[in-house]
Design a protein around this ligand. Structure first.
Ligand code: ATP
Ligand code: MG
Length: 158
């Protein structure tokens, strides 16, 4: 289906806004225009739910989570940044593998199976997109999702 990604993303963030711990703040840097993307709404919800849950799970008190969307000519890039403990450089690729968890000791108490990002990766790729992570240890992590987008179609919508 063709979905206005911006409106859809606001709804997802709103839902987390109601249940997140008070010590975490959200910041939205989303365009004001509608951006239509062809996607499976349920699957995209599952992808974003996992990434946002991770960001909350690994955020410290007073941490900020920033949501961004940028439209380019042929893709839109969605990014979710936290100010959490970060991920070591050599482990950045592994977090998308099934059952991989960075630090067994520190993640055991956090719960989870280590499947979330592996599933997210499969689903993003099924949409013709890609997913990647940037992180600085002790500073925070950004997860980027790139989805196919057609700027020229946008002009037809308006
Ligand atoms: P599940 O999602 O299945 O409940 P999980 O959250 O441990 O379990 P993934 O979402 O696949 O699994 O994430 C894999 C691992 O990557 C996590 O265990 C954690 O070590 C690391 N990780 C993911 N997101 C972040 C983040 N925002 N900050 C720091 N570490 C992260
Ligand atoms: Mg997870």
């Amino acid at each position: 289906d063709w979905i206005n990604f911006i409106e859809f993303f606001h709804h997802i963030i709103d839902r987390f806004e109601m249940t997140k711990p008070e010590y975490i703040t959200f910041k939205r840097k989303l365009p004001n225009e509608a951006l239509f993307v062809e996607m499976d709404e349920d699957k995209m919800t599952q992808i974003l739910d996992n990434i946002i849950s991770n960001a909350i799970k690994y955020s410290p008190e007073g941490g900020q989570i920033t949501f961004r969307v940028k439209a380019q000519e042929e893709s839109i890039v969605i990014s979710i940044s936290d100010q959490g403990l970060g991920i070591p450089k050599d482990k950045l690729k592994k977090i998308f593998e099934r059952f991989y968890r960075v630090d067994k000791a520190r993640t055991r108490q956090m719960g989870g199976t280590g499947l979330g990002l592996a599933i997210a990766k499969e689903m993003v790729e099924a949409h013709g997109g890609s997913i990647s992570a940037n992180s600085v240890e002790g500073k925070g992590t950004t997860i980027n999702i790139s989805l196919p987008f057609d700027r020229s179609l946008e002009d037809d919508w308006s």
